[in-house]
Design a binder for this molecule. Structure first.
Ligand SMILES: C[S@@+](CC[C@H](N)C(=O)[O-])C[C@H]1O[C@@H](n2cnc3c(N)ncnc32)[C@H](O)[C@@H]1O
Length: 238
């Protein structure tokens, strides 16, 4: 973990510690579709041991725990983790554990999990950290295990697909009037300066998975810029 990573960990922790309550309220119908797609593509079975990277207050963790044997939720924000524990307790789900650790520092035993999931988190990591995390996830997974990542996936306007998404989003915000113009300006700064939001294209996600050794890698577009990438660890991958 480099000094640049330390800075980004501090920034993410500060931002998300403040958003514990508001994130649940902000969850949109579009995001719910991405959560549903992640769960679907994870193909969870009652024997599966699952890790949810950037679990927030449990948007994926809670439904995953109903389908799998155990789920470990990992998040940088202690507030999110506390909220997840409280929600798990009120849903009587005793197969959830949660830990407040930045993904950049997460250590798990090799071949110790069946499925690694993540939703709307990894665009907060640098590109180097994204690649490192995909490689580390490959090592944590048992043969046949799956990595399922839902996220905003778009490049910086190089492809016609990127440009279409950017225009579509700008139009949707502009239709809201002055509040929308403010959102366009804020998002443009974040996106081009790459302070907090560092998404990459679907093609680059596929390449990261393949370079880490995942097989049968595919992308499932969900809505606007949101998509899910899935890959499988081969039977004799390690
Ligand atoms: C947009 S929310 C998504 C939460 C949840 N996965 C969902 O589907 O609603 C992003 C989450 O990622 C967490 N996060 C951001 N950067 C992180 C990092 N470096 N390590 C661990 N968690 C991180 C935040 O605390 C926050 O809970």
């Amino acid at each position: 973990v480099s000094p640049a990573d330390d800075l980004s960990i501090w920034l993410q922790r500060t931002v998300w510690q403040r958003r514990v309550g508001s994130w649940e309220h902000e969850a949109s119908p579009g995001l719910e579709r991405v959560v549903a797609a992640v769960l679907d593509l994870a193909e969870l079975t009652p024997d599966d041991e699952v890790v949810d990277l950037g679990c927030g207050s449990g948007q994926v963790t809670l439904p995953a725990a109903e389908r799998a044997s155990r789920v470990l939720g990992v998040d940088i924000s202690a507030g999110m983790v506390e909220r997840l524990r409280a929600r798990a307790a009120s849903a009587n789900l005793d197969n959830i554990t949660a830990t407040a650790v930045p993904l950049e520092r997460l250590e798990l035993a090799p071949r110790s999990v069946d499925v690694v999931v993540s939703n709307y988190v990894l665009h907060h990591l640098s590109d180097v950290q994204k690649a490192a995390l995909v490689r580390r996830a490959h090592g944590w997974l048992r043969p046949g295990g799956r990595l399922v990542i839902g996220d905003m996936m778009l490049g910086r306007g190089q492809s016609p697909e990127d440009r279409a998404i950017i225009v579509q989003k700008a139009r949707a915000f502009a239709a809201r009037g002055p509040a929308g113009y403010w959102r366009i300006a804020k998002n443009a700064v974040r996106y081009f300066v790459r302070i907090q939001e560092k998404p990459i294209s679907r093609e680059r996600w596929v390449r990261l998975f393949e370079e880490a050794g995942f097989q049968d890698v595919r992308v499932v577009p969900v809505v606007a810029e949101a998509a899910v990438v899935v890959g499988r660890v081969g039977p004799q991958a390690h």
